[in-house]
Design a protein around this ligand. Structure first.
Ligand code: NAI
Ligand SMILES: NCC(=O)COP(=O)(O)O
Length: 354
């Protein structure tokens, strides 16, 4: 295994390949073709060396792609013959699960400051006998953390404004959402968000917008009662508990995204520092509309940094060389930035040559 020089404040990132039948290896090697990334952090690739080599050899004549041998590789070569690009199955799910287990164990042992994960398919994990809703839940369980959150971070290339969206509930059926949403759940999600904004983004006096659940936030109970019954009183209570913050809401879910949309394109300057969406698609439809090629999925509440691109395994285009690596690049940048910040234990620091 080759090693890279260890430089102060240059965090060490474990980068898992994700599902080997998907676009994870391709977007990772494409992203690492930008030399600025490795200037700001140390990278160890976690996954099959053979697969990385195959990806590199296949694509090197048609696109800018890094030679995987330029990085240390934790080689995990599982069931290679049963894995076919574009077809996720139990073998590919078992492999991506093993990559994650290795990265998590070594990160918990102190080898890495951050894990950047390639996308996995939940169905393939299930087929391999690992029925987790996602990587987020595996990370939290392994770190023995009960309170964690899925926060999407995207920096606008138009205005440089940063969109931050926390999901209050994540991978559960829509039908279960109203019952899962409770004042207790929202209280600790909001606490996590406020702490993350302070620690990782240097925002001591955050402005946070909270979505309603029902159309028009229930229209005073006529279109749904959750807002009237508990969400409005809960927000008032939280405003008293967090006097340093401004907590707005419940904002009708359709209009909540107008201001961030304008801020993204540079036509508004007074958008909030973060948005709390009550369920997966309420938050991720606007995030992906604005920033599919930019957004980073981060897990907050863990004892280490975790980032990931916002997209999935894209089995439909795997092996074609056409996958866009921009979201993976953003995930690597953000992990390096947050890692170096936490290492110096200080204020927000923006990396060079971004
Ligand atoms: N962080 C993670 O591990 C995530 C995993 N997934 C998983 O991915 C699998 C597939 O999910 P889908 O809903 O189909 O979402 P997807 O993001 O994999 O694909 C949706 C569409 O976007 C395209 N696309 C995705 N990433 C792209 C890229 N980098 N460049 C160009 N085109 C790209 C795909 O070709 C497809 O047409 C599921 O099993 C899901 O669980 C989904 C989201 C995140
Ligand atoms: N839609 C977001 C998503 O699927 C993220 O999943 P994971 O990071 O928990 O694997």
């Amino acid at each position: 295994m080759k090693t890279q020089p260890s430089t102060p404040n240059r965090p060490h990132l474990a980068v898992t390949l994700g599902d080997p039948a998907g676009i994870g290896p391709e977007v990772i090697l494409k992203a690492l073709a930008d030399p600025a990334i490795a200037q700001n952090c140390q990278i160890t690739l976690v996954g099959s060396r053979k697969l990385l080599q195959g990806c590199y050899q296949q694509l090197k004549s048609q696109t800018a792609i890094a030679d995987p041998e330029a990085f240390p590789i934790l080689d995990i070569d599982l069931n290679q013959e049963a894995i076919a690009l574009g077809t996720g199955n139990a073998a590919s799910g078992g492999a991506s699960f093993a990559y994650m287990q290795e990265a998590i164990a070594r990160t918990l042992a102190g080898d890495y400051q951050a894990i950047v994960t390639g996308p996995i398919a939940k169905t393939c994990w299930k087929a391999a006998g690992h029925p987790y809703p996602g990587q987020t839940e595996l990370l939290a369980e392994s770190a023995q953390i009960k309170r964690f959150g899925m926060l999407f971070v995207a920096k606008s290339p138009h205005s440089h404004w940063t969109l931050r969206t926390l999901l209050a509930t994540t991978h559960i059926p829509l039908r279960q959402v109203p019952d899962a949403l409770t004042p207790e759940l929202l209280t600790w999600k909001l606490d996590l968000l406020i702490e993350c904004l302070r620690q990782d983004f240097g925002i001591e006096t955050p402005r946070i917008a909270i979505s309603g659940l029902n159309p028009h936030s229930g229209e005073n109970g006529q279109l749904g009662t959750e807002e009237k019954d508990w969400l409005i009183p809960w927000i008032k209570q939280q405003q008293n508990i967090h006097p340093q913050a401004i907590i707005d809401g419940p904002i009708p879910p359709d209009t909540l995204w107008v201001k961030p949309g304008q801020a993204w394109f540079g036509t508004a300057t007074n958008a909030h520092d973060a948005y709390l969406a009550l369920y997966h698609d309420q938050g991720l439809i606007p995030v992906k509309l604005m920033a599919f090629d930019k957004a980073v999925n981060t897990t907050i509440g863990l004892p280490f940094i975790r980032t990931s691109p916002d997209h999935g395994t894209a089995f439909d285009i795997a092996g074609q060389g056409i996958a866009d690596c921009a979201s993976m690049k953003s995930a690597l940048w953000l992990a390096a930035e947050l890692g170096s910040q936490r290492m110096i234990g200080g204020e927000s620091k923006t990396l060079q040559s971004k």
